[in-house]
Write a protein that binds this ligand. Sequence first.
Ligand code: ATP
Ligand code: MG
Length: 404
Amino acid sequence: MTIELISVGDELLAGRIVNTNAAFISQQLAEEGWEVLRETTLPDDLSTLKKGFEEVCGRSPIVIVTGGLGPTCDDHTRAAAAAFYGCGLVFDNKVAEDLTRRYGPDLTSLRDQATRPERAEPLLNAVGTAPGLLFSKKDSALILLPGVPQEMRPMLTNQVIPYLKAHFQQKKKRFVETLHLCAITESEIDTFLRGKAEQVQIGLYPGYGMVNLVLASTDLAALKKIKEEVERAFTTHLFSAPSGKLEEALLHFFVKNKKRLAVAESCTGGSLAAVLTRIPGASDYFLGSIVAYSNELKMAQLRVSADVLEKKGAVSAEIGAEMLRGLFQVTTADVGVAVTGIAGPSGGSAEKPVGTVWVAIGERDTPPHVVRYQITGSREKIIDATCTRALSQLWRKLVYGVNP
Ligand code: ATP
Ligand code: MG
């Protein structure tokens, strides 16, 4: 049983509003074991809508439409559906009663809203004025809902889904598992998963060294098996957080272990601190960041030695380690991260090209681990990717004892 969606509105096609209705409907239906196969967006135009209904209803038994049901001159969905079914419009007493009960006895401005195509059954709208419309046959249904999300959502949940459940067979329930991995590329996971699980659908959503892996299947045992295989193969890359953000996983780790973090940033200019503090409660473990770009500030704030700066240059493993050492001197942090690098676009050399970054990580009174990364791309990308690399390195060291 296939379901298609039609979203109606010039505003959607012009990009003035984002189609959240389609996303909501697909999610709700998926949770109930239905699958949406296609979604079409059409303009507020009577003949295009009628043709669209012919085309979509011609190939899919269940079609859900949102938008264009209102009383204004730009709303044509109801008339297009009546034309598609070749039926007239009639006044609906049930809708009229509902509207007068909620908006008073004068129906002048709402008369249109109480008028429906003869063939349709109204779906009452508890929030707004435009009722939904249900054209139902034994093996098919065309369902029209208002475009306003606050009106559409309860109608879908309280009326449409129960109707579909009562009249059409669902596909089997789909189970979904999401895994979050850091310090890994999409292709490493892809290579591992290839050919492993025919019954499991795989979604890989990468971002600068992070990957969200979504596994879905109607076969719960197959899903569990493949999830466990991934967990075994990539254990030291895993993290979990409701938001899917590593900084949230780090917050929980630090708070649980009663440790506190400070960072020293050169090439990220405070971005690392910004990422860490996006999560509410960050001040429970995060002391702050010392942003030190110039040698002068590195020496004054982080006690970096002039001699090492002179000999090795500000972008070097030694300065990363010095910044971390200084951080422990000037703060009471238990754990520290120091970052130095060249975000570009200028400032690179043959030996240290743009995108050269050192991240030093350590716990107080233990030797630091300093890792060199070579990142390509724009200044913005280098800064973002440096933050991700640094947090991944920190996570893997603290939680799994991995020193890359
Ligand atoms: P109304 O009675 O308000 O006219 P309607 O059913 O005619 O409702 P539209 O006129 O198509 O619906 O849209 C009304 C508003 O609802 C839009 O301006 C927009 O803010 C929102 N909306 C419509 N369609 C969508 C959609 N697909 N996703 C998100 N919001 C939408
Ligand atoms: Mg409208």
